[in-house]
Design a protein around this ligand. Structure first.
Ligand code: GCW
Length: 645
């Protein structure tokens, strides 16, 4: 293996400059095996000298005491030492040195121990082999086509996948599911006759300690195996999965496991056979157990054929209603993968009560790095502050796994918007340590990506990005209500776009008020799915946090928020403010050009500038549509008399 080099692709957070400190030093790697070999290659590629014995500036060695994936870093008497708990820990310790740069080789450093909070730090790709007629090749992908497949086949050159693996390892990610959870006809075959493609991708990820997982179709025994049923309790079905899984491991011994979206948005599942989701998940867990594999079973199960008149069915309740009764019935290697909020990756949602409730089940919390509902990588929206809030809520950070939908495609900048790279980086870092400060993560990313730039650029990036999620929230759907997006592609405003559809995503605005009554007293009872104190806090009109008010309550436009403002005035104020903030962002970026900082390449500057034009256009469109809609409905004028079209 050699260090992947790409000429036409942006290096993201691993430009050659990031390795400068190591490049001028002597390093000794006291470990063997493929990951230690990767570290040696990294040192050599950086131009550093590798010594076997003799004096060294950096010593990388193993020490079991640091545990799985862990490492210790210290510096004494002019020598920096990294002790990895295992070869993966050695690799993570190496990238820690990269992050520190020159600082890793200065002064003395008392020993620091680092261990990941999450055992599995995983990205899910929603990539298809074929280009899907509606969703394109990458479902909810905003950065071009798949980096794995092109023209209906595995890409012949996987250098880019290796470069991706390297970027991911540098921020601590150790697992990737390579294909869409909606497993279409072609992609179903990855499990059997196209398994060689999975093996080739796994080989590209392996040198960086990343295991490959596969999304599988629950009906595979029928679709691929020619059986007449996929009933999880049927002996033939169970045998089919056992034998198929054995083949997978014969081909890919370090295969991670399966990801399953069942009985969800049209995907097949155990309900067709009168079985539970524990029956379904456990069948696959049984097949994987002999090889140490896991199944990630998604909890995103809800009725997508609702009638808006039916006020008793509540999509927010669905995952809990389906899964809470099954707590304690999943096998140890069956991991329930739960979206962080009860609905669907909106810019603001409460934490899913499933995560708080299911203490007897192994959990993975699922985030969305791809910006489906947060600007589709045309808008600057740094998501680490949102994820940090989610992970800081109650015991969410105690989930064993953190999973996110990747935002990467074959785009030159990996993520479409160059600044969206920061979201991918931050996801990995938060999965490693959920307590990290989002602003500090942004500094790390800035230092690596822009080769330790001067203060002007750092200040500009903080000013543009630290608060960008809240800015996005301000100019889009207000007070946690969500979903005022254009149906289908989900970009841009359409207040009533989903209001009369079967998807269960309503805001119930009328001339008197807006919001979803999810209380126990008069609404859907969703608040009752929360443990105390949240069940009472969310139930209470006075105590419910402003930012979630319309998620939990239907209120008149004149309702006074904790902030002192009325709901209608809050809507006007935040929408004017949000659009103004985007205009300021755009000016800040504009000013960077020609400041002579020399740290933002011209192509990156130009791409971001174009995208900021679009973000401003779109933010103004949101502002005008939301303000006009609620002015028309409520008849209440803006207290400040601003123009509402
Ligand atoms: O948010 C919705 C998306 C679907 C996606 C689904 C899911 C992969 O709009 O495109 O399907 O969530 O998470 O399964």
């Amino acid at each position: 293996m050699s260090i992947p080099e790409l000429t036409d692709v942006h290096p993201a957070w691993l430009p050659p400059e990031a390795f400068r400190a190591i490049g001028s030093r002597r390093t000794v790697v006291r470990a063997d095996g493929p990951l230690a070999e990767t570290v040696r290659q990294e040192v050599a590629q950086a131009g550093g000298s590798l010594t076997d014995a003799g004096p060294a500036d950096l010593v990388l060695t193993l020490s079991e005491a640091e545990g799985e994936d862990g490492y210790a870093i210290s510096r004494r008497d002019g020598v920096t030492t990294v002790a990895g708990g295992d070869p993966a820990g050695l690799l993570y310790g190496f990238f820690h040195v990269v992050r520190l740069g020159e600082a890793a080789f200065e002064g003395e450093r008392p020993v620091e121990h680092h261990r990941p909070a999450m055992r599995r730090r995983m990205l899910d790709h929603w990539d298809n082999i074929d280009v899907h007629p509606v969703m394109g090749q990458v479902e909810r992908g905003y950065a071009g086509g798949s980096i794995f497949w092109a023209d209906g086949a595995l890409r012949p050159d996987l250098t880019r996948v290796r470069a991706y693996a390297r970027l991911l390892a540098a921020c601590g990610i150790n697992a990737v599911a390579i294909n869409n959870v909606n497993v279409h006809a072609t992609e179903a075959h990855l499990l059997t006759d196209r398994l060689g493609e999975v093996a080739a991708i796994a080989a590209a990820f392996r040198p960086y300690g990343i295991r490959v997982h596969l999304s599988v179709n629950f009906a595979s025994p029928i679709v691929l195996g020619g059986l007449s049923t996929a009933d999880p309790l049927d002996a033939d079905v169970r045998r089919w999965w056992a034998e198929t899984t054995e083949q997978v491991y014969a081909t890919i011994p370090d295969f991670g496991g399966y990801v399953v979206k069942a009985d969800s948005e049209g995907q097949p599942g155990p309900f067709a056979y009168g079985r539970t989701h524990a029956d379904g998940a456990n069948m696959l867990a049984d097949a994987l157990a002999p090889f140490g594999g896991v199944v990630h079973w998604r909890a995103f199960v809800y009725n997508h054929r609702q009638d808006w008149r039916d006020r008793s069915t509540d999509r927010a309740r669905a995952a809990y209603d389906h899964f809470a009764p099954l707590d304690g019935r999943f096998l140890d290697n069956a991991i329930l993968q739960v979206k962080h909020g009860p609905m669907d990756f909106q810019p603001r949602e409460p934490v899913s009560p499933v995560i708080l409730q299911m203490q007897g089940t192994r959990l993975a919390v699922e985030l969305q790095v791809t910006q489906e509902y947060t600007g589709q990588q045309r808008h600057v929206c740094y998501l680490a502050p949102m994820w940090s809030e989610v992970l800081g809520f109650e015991d969410v950070a105690e989930a064993g796994d953190l999973v996110a939908v990747s935002n990467v495609g074959d785009d030159r900048y990996w993520t479409g918007h160059p600044l969206a790279q920061a979201n991918l980086y931050a996801f990995g870092r938060l999965a490693w340590d959920p307590a990290l400060d989002p602003a500090a993560i942004l500094d790390e990313w800035t230092d690596l990506t822009f080769a330790r730039p001067g203060e002007p650029l750092r200040r500009t990036l903080h000013a543009m990005m630290d608060g960008s999620w809240r800015t996005y929230e301000r100019y889009t759907a207000p007070l946690g209500v969500g979903f005022m997006v254009r149906p289908g592609h989900h970009y841009g405003p359409d207040v009533d776009g989903y209001e009369y559809t079967p998807w269960g995503t309503y805001h119930f605005a009328d001339r008197d008020g807006v919001g979803v009554d999810r209380t126990r007293a008069t609404g859907t009872g969703f608040t009752g799915q929360y443990p105390e104190p949240w069940s009472d806090i969310y139930e209470s009109l006075e105590r419910c946090p402003d930012e979630l008010l319309l998620f939990f309550h239907h209120v008149p436009y004149g309702h006074v928020l904790q902030s002192g403002s009325t709901v209608i005035q809050h809507i006007y104020d935040t929408h004017f403010a949000g659009a103004e903030e985007v205009a300021e962002m755009r000016l800040l970026w504009e000013k960077l050009a020609g400041t002579g900082t020399g740290t933002v390449a011209a192509d990156v500057h130009a791409r971001v500038r174009e995208l900021l034009d679009e973000q401003l256009r779109c933010a103004e469109e949101w502002r005008d549509q939301i303000n006009a809609y609620f002015f028309r409905k409520s008849g209440v004028p803006d207290a400040h008399g601003r123009h509402i079209p």
